[in-house]
Ligand binder design. Sequence first.
Ligand SMILES: [Zn+2]
Length: 457
Amino acid sequence: MDPEENGQGEEADWEEVVEMFSDSSMDEDDARETEESSSSRFAGLRHFNIVRIRDASWFFREFRGFNRPFSSGSEEEVQLTTPPNEESENSDGASTSNNQPQNFDTELPTNHSYLGRMESVSGVEFYEPGKRYKIHICPHHTVIFPGEILPVILSTSQAFHLTAQSGGHSVGLVFPPVGNEQFGVTCQMYERNVRNPLWKSDLRAKLRAHQRFRVCTDTSTQPVFLGDVREVEVEILPELSLGDPLSGHFRGSLHKFLPKSKRVKLLYSHARVWPLFVYEQYDIGKVMMKIKHFVASHKIENMPIDPIVCSFWSAKNLPLEQADREKIFATNFVEVRMQIIAEKLNDPYYYHCGECQQKVAKFSEVFAMSKDGVLASYCNPGGYIHDTVTLFGVEEDSVTVERSKSTQFSWFPGYAWKITVCARCQRHLGWQFVAEKKNLRPRSFFGLTQRSIVLKL
Ligand SMILES: [Zn+2]
């Protein structure tokens, strides 16, 4: 398969720019490593990301498009680039002598322990919603919602290029344009790796997304390139709620008479212009109850209680197409987001191969292997971020799983990974994870990368 055709076409411009300004020595090694990584399906496009750390330095990371999840090199190469990971073997807490079935601790993937030992970075920059600020931005390949965690790995040589830039430890990630507008999210570094003089240290960090913004500067007329860590004007978007749809009739001291039960609301609505179902369309509680039933039937846990947080969480964890996710991100009102989400909860969705459109898995197979939800971001040693959805199983004969397995840089401690490709077109779809210990449950599961699959009816 042509490496340029692995379903990331819309990002070609971003990557071309990176090519122009990519770093020299480190990249040559990595490029060679990529070339040596067997067939061309393991080569791919390139991406980058940039973070600004507290000591006023800017770092960028070029994300190479490895279709291989963790390394395109040999096991030996991985050993050289992977720092000692004390938690990798026994961090699931399972005792080898204990034969009782033990469920996987879903807290572990959220720690991203494959990044090595981390130390906290303090401080949070908060911007006032509705106001405009000049912040430094860099592009990112997909929508990141507030609250999400983004693991990143930045090489020393790549970081060197941006040390001249000013700043703290926050950065704005900007997504591919939606129509004529471009949106993004502010991100804060909250943990970074502990520097160790014994090996060549790169920068490994965890970012947390905070506030949505709209880019005010017309970026379409300005080329985006690596050296251009642009300071642009952005408008911080507010998180708004209309409140209870009946509350408009119970203002001020009358608010205590706002009907709570459905029976009273029904009685009240008889005296109003609109029937009750019209009001209920904007009733967040009702939509959240619907979401709750949906996620319970799919064994998805940790649904947030706060409606705004829940709207972002739902956009990531429920069966929504990319266009719906973008709509949700661009919407300020939580009620509108909930309406978009509620309309998508009834249909039997399937994940299809992004290349040949073959059905790969039912959405009902998804489950949360991480406390972050069914879909979370993970980073491979090359710095490439995979948004990975976890599933119990896939359709029969829809995928081919490679025989060889590895535990190196495993995102799920206690599990080895095997590369999984589409059985029809051989596109890389993700990985099968297999438990290394006999008593660990689940015994195996699949992690499919969002870049290679599409969700359709
Ligand atoms: Zn396919």
